[in-house]
Design a protein around this ligand. Structure first.
Ligand code: NCD
Length: 318
């Protein structure tokens, strides 16, 4: 099998075979997590040796609920020790450079760094400075590879092979790393991608990433097997409120009527955090065709697979 890369920095540089290998491993972990919840812990317990004696450091310079907690659960499920650092509690807040922080963590025996940073490319910079694997948990508006992989895992479980399936992505395509990683991932998996959102939030030339661009919600979701709603990344847009929340909800908010217009098998997704009543109404979010909680479950399994593959390739401490 084609080796998995040492660092997981983005989907753009992964091959289809590498994505398939990770999703296969993650699907197994997800099934075993389900069995463990039903009382059979044997398979899951056996994985505690995979990263026994290893230390995974999570280094988060931006807010996170799902991503950080699921990386930590994933690392612990494989037997690793976890050290969780945030900007406020680390010496970065005293002026230390990111590269120095990372090198010091490695010297203190980090076997992998899981990193979220507001600047695009920050994990790539760190990966050049350290020898241990670096996993990108979201860099600016660039990539969020494990999010796209967990979305793919949930999508495949519900729709089967994604070849020829139509996935609509709605919202802030300009600032969303989730959208960018998903465009790469869905295209590599053979899906057709339609995108739509306010004109100011659809970057020029996005078609080159493999999608068609649409200008109303109804048009964007036409024929979709799955609809992915995104949060407006206000923290990356700044003060220009484009558009107002109320205006966005009226034009681009996903409602029950939109869901009813889709095929019976079609599902709705959101990476979280959700602004209820803005990107999506609660009735749909909490309804039977929402994959939102399943996406969180997939997240732990995908992050287990990412850690196992990146650290597995790295072998014993080099
Ligand atoms: C996303 C992120 O941080 O990029 N959230 C996540 O990881 N689940 C999406 C967002 O913040 O809107």
């Amino acid at each position: 099998m084609e080796p998995f890369p040492q660092h997981l920095l983005g989907i753009e540089t992964l091959t289809r075979a590498q994505i398939d290998a990770l999703l296969l491993l993650a699907a197994g972990y997800k099934r075993e997590r389900r069995e463990a919840r039903e009382g059979n812990r044997d398979a899951l317990d056996a994985h505690r040796r995979v990263l026994a004696g290893r230390t995974v450091v999570t280094l988060f310079f931006e807010a996170s609920t799902r991503t950080r907690s699921s990386f930590e659960v994933a690392a612990r499920s494989l037997g690793a020790d976890v050290i969780a650092l945030q900007k406020e509690g680390s010496s970065v807040s005293k002026g230390e450079t990111l590269a120095d922080t990372a090198k010091n963590l490695e010297a203190a025996s980090a076997d992998a760094l899981v990193m979220r940073h507001p600047f695009s490319g920050a994990p790539h910079l760190v990966a050049r400075e350290v020898r241990c694997p670096v996993i990108n948990a979201g860099d600016g508006a660039h990539e969020h590879p494990t999010q796209a992989l967990l979305d793919a895992l949930s999508l495949r479980e519900h729709l089967g092979d994604l070849t020829g399936k139509t996935i609509a992505i709605i919202g802030d395509l300009a600032h969303s790393r989730v959208a960018r990683s998903n465009l790469h991932c869905l295209n590599k998996l053979g899906a057709r991608v339609r995108v739509g959102g306010p004109a100011t939030l659809i970057p020029m030339g996005i078609e080159k990433l493999g999608c068609t661009v649409h200008h109303t919600l109804a048009e964007t979701i036409a024929g979709a097997d799955a609809v992915m709603c995104l949060r407006i990344q206000q923290e990356r847009i700044g003060d220009a409120r484009l558009p107002s929340t109320r205006d966005y909800a009226r034009r681009w908010g996903f409602t029950q009527a939109h869901l009813d217009s889709l095929a019976k098998h079609a599902v709705v997704m959101h990476p979280g955090p959700v602004n209820r009543g803005v990107e999506i109404v609660s009735e749909v979010l909490d309804g039977p065709r929402s994959l939102v909680m399943d996406q969180v479950d997939s997240g732990v399994a995908v992050r287990m697979a990412a850690l196992a593959l990146c650290l597995g390739r790295a072998g014993a401490k080099r």
